[in-house]
Design a protein around this ligand. Structure first.
Ligand code: XLS
Ligand code: NI
Ligand code: NI
Length: 436
């Protein structure tokens, strides 16, 4: 059964096209910096927002029309949803998708019932993947919706809740592996706290690390070779999440000896909630060889929560692609649209408009970033700005061949430093505008 009969497979028609159901910039086979756009961007559709979002907000009920979904938590309904999801992803031409265990299959009254439901849907997903060629970018476990996780999962003060979460992640990893998932994501959910009066922060962090080491061990046991990705987010649902930003995550991973096993999945709206730009978080991760994947969305600067909107800002996507191209790509990660249509955009067709816009904005960002890199204006400027470290005293500093005493001698002899050069920020901002 077709769920989007009025929508054809979305084609690339070029920038002159006025067809809203066509790509103007995303041309999957077009080669940029030696790779196809498809290989470079690795777009992914997320199951939770796109197929489980209802439009509910704290003030109002569901608004989104999803004719294929009867609103029940039955396995039958879950199977129908897989059909709609794969038709959508295939028509859109995104090569990947990703999910939480509880997005795709109904939970159960017991763990074994939940596992049985998940197995049944996993075989349905496998069949759909084989039929369409769509691949799994990453899987994850929902360790935050069920009331048992009110105090967190791996950081819950209740050891039984830790155990339940461990069993749930074990199963989610196995299903991810069975479906050929290329990564596995840990987003903290409720791994944080609301109040320190009732919280043993040290024990909670130790437990979280223990949990992640168990996951690393289990990956070895089952032969899962995908990358683990830790996803920073500063607040929401808890007041303070332990995975606040890239710096907090990397400090945690380093402290608990997890750096070799886990990279980061950076999300725009989480970066901005933490008071950083996306480019900051990407750069900070990338220079530590820890940028694994991105959750592509955007927040609203006037709203202080995770609004998860589709990215339509060319400056944002250009900045993302500057960092991604610089590190030679994002594979085996990808560009996952962790984004939802507004509750006012309630028709199924809005899902196409949203994703087409996100993909085109990233494709344009990619072309712009590549042109900037080709001309070398930014890179040359930055290289030149630090050129005093290429020889002389700067070279000695970088090589660790200079002590405070050496530098004192040097400066006593010289008397004063060489003059500074202008940072030329406004000029560089103008240059970027020339490419946009
Ligand atoms: C929530 C997160 C979540 C993760 C996956 O804010 O972005 O959707 O990406 O658990
Ligand atoms: Ni996310
Ligand atoms: Ni988010």
């Amino acid at each position: 059964m077709e769920h989007f009969p009025e929508v054809p497979t979305i084609q690339y028609e070029g920038s002159d096209s006025k067809n809203p159901l066509a790509f103007k910039h995303y041309n999957p086979e077009e080669v940029v910096e030696g790779k196809s756009m498809k290989e470079l961007l690795r777009f992914s559709v997320c199951y939770w927002h796109t197929f489980r979002g209802t439009g509910v907000d704290p003030f109002g009920a569901a608004t989104l029309e999803r004719p294929w979904d009867d609103g029940t938590e039955s396995v039958e309904n879950a199977k129908k949803r897989v059909g709609a999801a794969f038709e959508f992803i295939q028509k859109l031409g995104a090569p990947f998708y990703c999910f939480h265990d509880r997005d795709v299959a109904p939970d159960g009254a017991t763990l074994s019932e939940a596992n049985k439901n998940l197995d049944e849907i996993a075989s349905c997903l496998k069949e759909a993947q084989e039929r369409t060629g769509i691949k799994l970018l990453w899987g994850t476990a929902n360790l935050f919706s069920h009331p048992r996780y009110m105090h967190g999962a791996a950081t819950s003060p209740n050891a039984d809740v830790f155990a339940y979460a461990a069993a749930q992640v074990k199963k989610a990893m196995e299903v991810t592996h069975q479906l050929g998932g290329e990564n596995y994501v840990f987003w903290g959910g409720r791994e944080g706290y609301m109040n320190l009066y009732n919280t043993d922060m040290k024990r909670e962090l130790d437990h979280l690390a223990r949990f992640m080491h168990m996951a690393v061990d289990h990956a070895k046991d089952i032969g899962f070779k995908g990358t683990f990705l830790f996803e920073p987010k500063p607040k929401e649902p808890t007041k303070h999440q332990y995975d606040f930003d890239a710096a907090a995550c990397l400090n945690f991973l380093r402290q608990y000896d997890l750096m070799d096993h886990v990279k980061l999945n950076i999300e725009t709206n989480h970066a901005t909630l933490a008071g950083h730009s996306m480019m900051h978080e990407l750069t900070y991760s990338s220079i530590q060889n820890s940028l694994g994947s991105i959750d592509a969305n955007t927040g609203d600067l006037l709203l202080g929560w995770d609004t998860d909107q589709f990215p339509t800002d060319l400056y944002l996507t250009t900045q993302c692609m500057l960092v991604i191209l610089k590190q030679g790509g994002i594979a085996p990660g990808g560009v996952n649209f962790d984004a939802k249509v507004r509750r006012e955009s309630f028709e199924p067709i809005d899902l196409f408009h949203a994703h087409i816009g996100g993909m085109d904005t990233f494709a344009r960002g990619l072309k712009i970033a590549s042109a900037i890199r080709k001309d070398g204006i930014l890179d040359n400027f930055v290289d030149d700005r630090y050129s005093s470290y290429n020889s002389g005293v700067g070279e000695k500093i970088e090589k660790g061949e200079a002590s405070f005493a050496d530098l004192e001698t040097y400066m006593l002899e010289k008397g004063n430093n060489d003059p500074n050069s202008s940072g030329r920020q406004e000029y560089l901002e103008n240059v970027i505008n020339d490419y946009i």
